[in-house]
Design a protein around this ligand. Structure first.
Ligand code: ACO
Length: 321
């Protein structure tokens, strides 16, 4: 049995912070941010939470899939910014939807999180254990970044995207490649809350997201093309047969470099990072849902989704729409 996407949705916070807005917070400029990243604006949560964004995207995806909440067997939220350490965001979305039959849990694979969720759901659907899965990538990265650090705070945005996968005789996920390299964990990390147990009175953790931008850049441009080629080869599909390559929306220069390395025209690499920034696990499902809504995807179209991020983690999947 194949796993096929039947509905998509996305939800962004109301407030939009353009580069001008950020230049009042840190020593930066619209010119620097646009040239280095392609980002012009991003949505930042004021009243919204990771759970409320996730629920908004999930409701839309479910409505468009034609399924009811009670049909869902599996509900996975990919996030590194759950509002609560416990319970999971997925359990809160389950409650909001009334998806009482679903097994609900979060996964943490940073910007590759949505692809990891696809990997898990596809295995369950292919094996016949579950039939219907709701996958959400949801983040409020504005809570993790240091708003005094110009090298990171300009990159990220908040939002959520979702997709419903269901068992199908044909099409859907054709092949995948998923990988991790924990040896490089410190390249991009966030230490979380300080340890306040009585054995460690002096120890505090930074608590903000820190990143070696150049190393991530070089890792992404080298790894993504290889991973995409490998995924296509597994399915015997050529690059030319792919209508769109949807890459994690981290930086326009990374996407352009991958397009060059794959020798494919840039028009095949849709982008929304100019308006959304890097929304980590939410980036791929938001982009997918927006393309879907524009009417850019027809049944039978072949799409590549590929992401990379903290862990390090990366992956790609080939979809027949
Ligand atoms: N505004 C103005 N100047 C800045 C800013 C800013 N916002 N940020 C850094 N600078 C300065 C630096 O201080 C440095 O100044 P110096 O030369 O006087 O020391 C100069 O600009 C160059 O800094 P670099 O860090 O070398 O700039 P670089 O060209 O590498 O661009 C960037 C930085 C945009 C972060 C780039 O490395 C990048 O995009 N890397 C990939 C990051 C990424 O994609 N991360 C997320 C992926 S994983 C995930 O999504 C969770």
């Amino acid at each position: 049995m194949n796993a096929r996407i039947m509905g998509t949705g996305w939800k962004l916070p109301v407030f939009q912070a353009d580069n001008e807005f950020l230049s009042k917070l840190v020593d930066t400029s619209d010119e620097w941010i646009t040239e280095r990243t392609g980002i012009r604006s991003r949505h930042l949560a004021r009243d919204e939470t990771t759970a409320s964004l996730a629920e908004g995207a999930a409701k839309e995806a479910l409505a468009r899939s034609g399924l009811k909440a009670s049909d869902l067997d599996l509900l996975i939220v990919a996030t590194i910014t759950s509002d609560t350490d416990t319970p999971s965001t997925a359990c809160r979305v389950q409650a909001g939807l009334g998806a009482s039959k679903a097994v609900a849990f979060d996964i943490n694979a940073a910007c590759s999180g949505f692809l990891y969720a696809v990997h898990i759901a596809e295995a369950f659907i292919r094996s016949g254990i579950y039939k219907n899965a709701l996958l959400v990538g949801a983040e409020t990265l504005s809570r993790l970044v240091d708003w005094k650090d110009r090298s990171t705070c300009i990159l990220f945005g908040d939002g959520a995207g979702a997709a419903v996968l269901t068992a199908s005789e044909e099409g859907g996920i054709l092949s995948q490649t998923i990988a991790s390299n924990g040896a490089k964990w410190s390249t991009l990390s966030c230490m979380g809350r300080p340890n306040q147990n009585p054995l460690n009175p002096e120890k505090t953790a930074p608590g903000y997201l820190t990143m070696d931008g150049r190393e991530i850049f070089s890792f992404a441009v080298k790894t993504v093309p290889v991973c995409v080629e490998e995924t296509l080869e597994k399915a015997g599909v050529s690059k030319e047969e792919v209508k769109y390559f949807l890459l994690h929306q981290a930086n326009q220069r990374i996407i352009q470099s991958v397009a060059r390395r794959l020798a494919q025209p840039e028009e095949k690499f849709p982008m929304n990072l100019d308006q959304c920034g890097n929304t980590s696990a939410a980036s791929l499902p938001i982009l997918l849902a927006q393309l879907d809504r524009q009417g850019s995807l027809q049944r039978g179209d072949k799409l590549i989704l590929s992401g990379f991020g903290a862990g390090l983690t990366w992956g790609a999947c080939l979809i027949e729409w």
